[in-house]
Design a protein around this ligand. Structure first.
Ligand SMILES: [Zn+2]
Length: 214
């Protein structure tokens, strides 16, 4: 019964596992700090920012959202992303968030895509911001855990594409600051491929923002 209740209404903090609340003030404070500039080995050619390292609060929150079905964490992760975007965006420009794609088999297993969910949660806090699910990942992409940087790049080559009808986003994208968002940045392989594929339809992202940089 306890386990069942925890699934419906988690009562442990998704960042520090403390009993009593879904997301505690201490974790909100840690994840909500100024984003840090990161420089992945594979350089997507635009600024990359992370809410924090792939450790502690950020790492636990990402894993809980991704692997342990904690959908509720999209809200606090989204809020922390929104705070970072307020700092990063140029004023008076619309914002367009493009979630990095997730392997569809993984998304199905997780009951939806936690990155897209967090992006939509971030959007709710931001003025003139939309989330454009423009990218998809084709089947045949392996889980990147355990792969070398070289293998990660090979694993993703030509596996990310734009959705069938990206046109409805192009007008907005032309006027907006486009930010690619993801949960974890490791080698930068996904960010590079996402930026390259968006470039093919004329969208030039301004930055990459991730929750954690490994
Ligand atoms: Zn906590």
């Amino acid at each position: 019964m306890r386990a069942l209740l925890d699934l419906i209404l988690p009562n442990r903090c998704g960042g520090c596992d403390r009993l009593g609340e879904q997301w505690c003030a201490g974790c909100a404070d840690q994840l909500g700090r100024a984003p840090v500039r990161v420089r992945p080995r594979a350089d997507p050619g635009i600024a990359c920012w992370a809410l924090g390292p792939y450790a502690g609060v950020g790492r636990r929150a990402v894993l809980a959202a991704k692997e342990h079905g904690r959908r509720d964490l999209a809200d606090p992760i989204g809020l922390a992303m929104a705070r970072a975007l307020v700092r990063l965006r140029a004023p008076d420009h619309p914002l367009l968030l493009v979630p990095a794609p997730t392997r569809s088999s993984a998304a199905r297993r997780r009951g939806g895509d936690p990155v897209a969910r967090s992006a939509r949660a971030a959007q709710r806090w931001l003025i003139d911001c939309r989330t454009a699910p423009l990218l998809r990942m084709s089947s045949g992409v392996r889980d990147s855990v355990g792969l070398t940087p070289r293998q990660r790049v090979d694993n993703l080559r030509d596996k990310i594409s734009t959705v069938a009808e990206p046109d409805r986003w192009l007008t907005r994208a032309a006027k907006a600051q486009v930010v690619v968002v993801d949960d974890v940045l490791t080698t930068g392989a996904t960010a590079c491929e996402a930026v390259r594929v968006l470039g093919r339809i004329g969208i030039v992202p301004r930055a990459v923002l991730v929750v954690c940089a490994a």
